[in-house]
Design a protein. Sequence first.
Length: 182
Amino acid sequence: MIRVSMIGLALVFTVAVTRADVESGPNAGEKIAELKVTNVVGEFEGKEVDFAKERKDAPTIYMFVNAEKFDRPMARLMKVLDGKIGDVDEKAKVVIVWVGGEEEAVKKRIPAINMSLKFEKSSLSMYTADKTGPNGWGLNSDAHLTVVVANKAKVEKSFAFTTVNETDEKDVTAALKKAVGK
């Protein structure tokens, strides 16, 4: 009986360690850093854009995808957030940035992802110059996904995930509601 309990305890510990998240992204209260990326799908399609400048004071969810770690559960979270963000604030949008990876491969993959998921309130961009992302964002390359919730050009909260699914939307949406005072 003790042996079975030890195995069960080891499994619970393994699951907890696997789900443990890393630290990534700027701290709450920090000013949003410059975010010059190549936009592949969305309002500024085919152009280099500084989304921090374009979004200024508007409520924004910035999602930084480790290009090598993108998977279906992450895609489901993106789609759920895209669908719910307008319920929080009509000016709110999602900016999704693929970080790292081979530029041509990422540039081809993003439109295919958009065709499949049909985003409405999201811009899909890439930053392939460095797998740690743009300066000033404090991204950890061990994170599969870093989500930064911002309003009025300040960080409300950062989330870093090594595993993710659509249920994580609740925490992100709650942070956005807090940021806009709802």
